[in-house]
Design a binder for this molecule. Structure first.
Ligand code: ARG
Length: 468
């Protein structure tokens, strides 16, 4: 053999060194070692169960693999680029360790169904960790929303003062965004948790394998129904990257609002010192860099989605080496979203809410103009007419430099005679909030009800790891 590769039999020349470096994936896929070994252990046990290996052979393989796992964990394992990937590195080490019987492990298996299995195992773990972290972040938001159920703040559209809302209501909007993200992840898990092993290279295997046994050993809910599909598609990676992109987009929106609220222009919140950084030149600075980074990392996550989508596009069945390029985008996506959720959850409790500042910002505009229009409707005026009346009233306030709430009854009646002294509670900030007392509205009692309902919802869908 001109080459020491496990696949070297039909080759008469050694691999070009550049090609060796170009095709290797061990630098990246060694991260799969635990999952690769787990898959191999299950495969070896299955081979013994159906009588392809003796119990003794299977046990030797399993204990050899366990020893290799410990070596890798302790940093005693030597990874070799010439052995290309995580699979051949481990298989080679196994044969070195236990001798000839190690060469039987690859019976009825290919690296094509092996890598698909490894990726699914890794992703299943990642999804479980991420959903548990999201659960925790959502719990933090519920606690904050409960505390801030009565806190008045400006509700904005177009970043302009629109109507009063409560901070609790705003925080519950974040909660709902993340709740859908968490559910998407849980649903994605069902499609991840399916076993490719047994598909071999593409056509299945002539050995009398027992795929249900392997699936059970590995905790898979089902078996991939088609061998060509099982080894070639990476839609489960794409799906995760897609849900992650949406999650990262949500996190970036939350982060952006924190940046705005912490700015000198808003001063709605102060983020704890431990979660801010300073400037090397401007001594007065305290910057919300953590939130900015969460906002910025969204770019990487969206980019990775595009990378894996383009990777699969136009690939003919079945396996193609292109698929090797899915590792780095997937791993980076897993790491990035996991880290962002974890750090955001740690940062939120350090935030001090400046309730008076928020309230003052709300008093400065015409946030209850809609309430005045709705008041007029209550007195029998058609909404369009009421809108025009209030428009004129606001114009008057702007011209004379007073707030809507500062107008006397006399002044108000100049715009409409149906106005009575019950108008003042209707157009007060508290009155405005209190009036929106339907489910999904911003009234404090509705926010408290929403928190209670959401808490039950959360507890009843805890995800695979249970309640963290
Ligand atoms: N390293 C490959 C991957 O990540 C798996 C090996 C399949 N290689 C092959 N030549 N069929 O997809």
């Amino acid at each position: 053999m001109a080459t020491d590769k496990p696949w070297g039999g039909r080759f008469s020349q050694p691999t070009n060194q550049m090609v060796e470096q170009f095709t290797q994936s061990v630098d990246v896929d060694r991260r799969l070692y635990k999952h690769d070994i787990r898959g191999s252990v299950a495969h070896a046990r299955m081979l013994a169960k159906v009588g392809i290996l003796s119990t003794k052979e299977s046990e030797a393989i399993v204990s050899g693999l366990r020893e290799i796992e410990r070596e890798i964990e302790d940093g005693r394992f030597t990874w070799s680029v010439s052995l290309e990937d995580v699979h051949m590195n481990i298989e080679h080490a196994l044969t070195q360790k236990i001798g000839e019987v190690g060469k039987k492990l690859h019976t009825g298996r290919s690296r094509n169904d092996q890598i698909a299995t490894d990726m699914r195992l890794l992703l299943r773990d990642a999804v479980d960790e991420l959903t548990a972290l999201l659960y925790r972040l959502q719990t933090t938001l519920l606690d904050m929303a409960e505390r801030e159920a009565e806190t008045l703040m400006p509700g904005l559209t177009h970043l302009q003062l629109a109507q009063p809302v409560t901070l609790g209501h705003h925080l519950m909007a974040w909660f709902e965004m993340l709740d859908r993200d968490r559910k998407r992840m849980t649903e994605c898990r069902q499609r991840v948790n399916v076993l490719p092993l047994g598909s071999a290279a593409l056509a299945g295997t002539s050995f009398p394998i027992d795929r249900s046994f392997t699936a059970k050993e590995l905790g898979f809910d089902a078996i991939c129904a088609n061998s060509l599909d099982a080894v070639s598609d990476r839609d489960f990676v794409i799906e995760f990257c897609s849900h992650s992109a949406l999650l990262a987009a949500h996190l970036s929106r939350i982060a952006e609002e924190l940046v705005l609220w912490a700015s000198d222009q808003y001063r709605y919140i102060e983020i704890g010192d431990a979660f801010c950084t300073g400037s090397s030149i401007m001594p007065q600075k305290k910057n919300p860099d953590v939130a900015e980074l969460i906002r910025g990392k969204c770019g990487t996550v969206i980019g990775n989605l595009v990378a894996v989508l383009v990777l699969i596009k136009s690939q003919p069945l079945a396996y193609n080496r292109d698929n090797q390029e899915d590792k780095s985008p997937l791993f980076t996506t897993v790491d990035t979203v996991t880290e962002c959720v974890r750090v955001l959850n740690a940062m939120l409790p350090t935030i001090e809410v400046k309730r008076t500042v928020m309230r003052r910002a709300l008093e400065a505009g015409f946030s209850t103009a809609t309430d005045l229009a709705e008041y007029l409707v209550g007195k029998g005026v058609a909404f369009r007419d009421a809108h025009a009346v209030v428009g004129k009233t606001v114009r008057y306030c702007i011209d004379t430099g007073v707030g809507l709430n500062q107008l006397s009854l006399d002044q108000l009646q100049k715009f409409s005679l149906v106005i009575d002294d019950d108008v003042f509670s209707a157009i007060s900030l508290e009155g405005s909030i209190r009036a929106r007392a339907h489910p999904g509205g911003t009234a404090p009692e509705q926010v408290k009800a929403a928190v209670a309902e959401a808490r039950n919802r959360l507890v009843s869908t805890p995800g695979e790891r249970g309640r963290p």
